[in-house]
Design a protein around this ligand. Structure first.
Ligand code: GLU
Length: 476
């Protein structure tokens, strides 16, 4: 894994990035911030970069990095470059800091924490906004205080004191800040480690990022970053700040508020394309289209139809979207996903699986639900006492016995099974449901199934006979 990005390309090809901090398990709200830059790069023939912002050593974990990588792989949002890790780029940040300091954009500040606290209290007492007062900012003709002994300074960025800084946000429109509102940001700590806003700018410059697409919790960082880009002589990227994703209770989606890791949805039987479809609609639209493929999404996506208001997660809608994709999915493609669900239950699927998927997928919203439906094909069934009592009555037992005898004699196929059932109905003067319901209860463990012929045809003959024969016993 390289720790420095490829050299800056000279052309202005689109280059986007996803820059998560691995400080908690990535959830759906976070991954949407990967989906849009990925889609924009793909739709423009550009490059999508993954950068892990792991400088918060106390809170960053390898487990959280793994969920990011696994989640992106599962959703098919793989980067063209990276992952780059900020912790591996410290030497580069230090070198750029030194350049900025030499050029006069950065100065050391020796104010202690106690002095900063006292300043803050004075400002609050005077009803002023707390801010650094520029004590150590060099100015022409200004005499700086004597440098205290043994104090390691922080480095502050020299922010213009007047004028306006702004940008045309692709999501929010024009945004401007008064420079007088921004104080001189600390960009290196006393131990020399660079701070967040600075690293982001060096990375975006070195990685030649053209479009920064991220959550709107970063809007307040952007004016500071624009100043840093300008001091670096770098081109300022286009910004699109995406509105927050809210959870079902209307709070900002977060792990603290019960958001699940992205990989939870994989394990719960959601399809990558359905997730992409659902997440795409959380903050972007293409007319009234609700269900679309990955290819359609990439064809349609641009930064001109981003929603401006917060989107709310809705699990029922996600399930509906997933069900639509399940229904439309090719059975040969669906089968391995269902096989994986069955394997987790210790069941090895066989050659019947694509046909079983075709028969049951319409009634399922996840591959877990589909695997549930297929259990009677791979393990014993346990019909409820109530279903047995209601459907497997003494009146129908003789018909069940003669059906079993007929089935035993046929070559196993749906038409032959249908023939055996028809003959049994005629012989015993029964209507279809009177026989089909007990057959379903005995063979599938439930009276609600698709067509009984189709359901039986995918079972092994001896399984069906053994289950029907149980009807002869007074208690099952
Ligand atoms: N690491 C930041 C975060 O996880 C994102 C920084 C950015 O996109 O500029 O919120």
């Amino acid at each position: 894994m390289p720790d420095t990005p490829a050299p800056t390309p000279t052309s202005q090809r689109v280059r986007t990035r996803f820059a998560p901090s691995p400080t908690g398990f990535i959830h759906l709200g976070n991954i949407r911030s990967a989906l849009y830059p990925w889609a924009f790069a793909r739709s423009q023939g550009g490059t999508f970069i993954l950068r892990i912002e792991d400088t918060d050593l106390e809170r960053s974990t390898q487990a959280a990095v793994d969920v990011i990588l696994e989640g992106m792989r599962w959703l098919g949002l793989e980067p063209d470059e990276g992952p780059y890790y900020q912790m591996q780029r410290m030497d580069r940040y230090r070198a750029v800091l030194a350049q900025l300091q030499a050029a006069g954009h950065v100065y050391p500040c020796y104010m202690s924490m106690a002095e900063l606290d006292a300043l803050r209290e004075r400002q609050l007492a005077n009803k002023e906004k707390p801010r650094y007062d520029g004590t150590w900012r060099p100015e022409r003709g200004k005499v700086l205080p004597p440098i205290p002994e043994g104090v390691q300074p922080v480095l502050r960025f020299r922010t213009p004191t007047s004028g306006v800084v702004g940008w045309d946000d692709k999501c929010k429109g024009r945004i401007e800040f008064q420079n007088s509102e921004l104080d001189d940001l600390v960009i290196a700590r006393p131990d020399g480690t660079p701070t967040y806003n600075f690293c982001v700018c060096v990375d975006d410059m070195d990685m030649a990022i053209t479009h920064v697409i991220r959550g709107d919790d970063h809007v307040n960082n952007t004016p500071r970053q624009i100043h840093i880009f300008e001091a670096l002589g770098a081109k300022v990227p286009v910004f699109a700040h995406l509105p927050t994703v809210l959870n079902e209770d209307g709070e900002k989606m977060s792990k603290r508020h019960g958001a699940k890791p992205v990989t939870w949805y994989r394990d719960a039987g959601f399809l990558p394309d359905a997730m992409v479809n659902y997440l795409a609609r959380l903050g972007w639209s293409h007319g009234d289209d609700e269900i679309f493929s990955r290819a359609q999404f990439l064809e349609w996506f641009n930064l001109d139809h981003l929603g401006r208001s917060a989107a709310q997660f809705d699990e029922a809608k996600l399930r509906w979207v997933n069900a639509q994709h399940l229904k439309a999915m090719d059975d040969a493609e669906l089968a391995p996903l269902v096989a994986a669900q069955l394997a987790q239950r210790g069941i090895q699927a066989d050659e019947r699986l694509p046909a079983l998927c075709a028969l049951f997928k319409d009634r399922c919203d996840t591959t877990v639900a589909l695997a549930d439906w297929l259990m009677p094909y791979h393990a014993d069934v346990h019909p409820s006492a109530q279903d047995l009592q209601q459907h497997v009555t003494d009146a129908v037992r003789p018909a069940l016995a003669s059906l079993a005898a007929r089935l035993e004699a046929i070559d196993w196929s749906a038409p032959a099974i249908a023939g055996a059932i028809r003959q049994t109905l005629a012989e015993h003067g029964l209507k279809m449901p009177q026989l089909a319901m007990p057959v379903r209860v005995l063979v599938m463990g439930t009276p609600q199934t698709p067509s009984v012929y189709a359901v039986l045809a995918l079972h092994r003959k001896d399984t069906v006979l053994a289950r029907l024969q149980k009807a002869g016993k007074s208690s099952i």
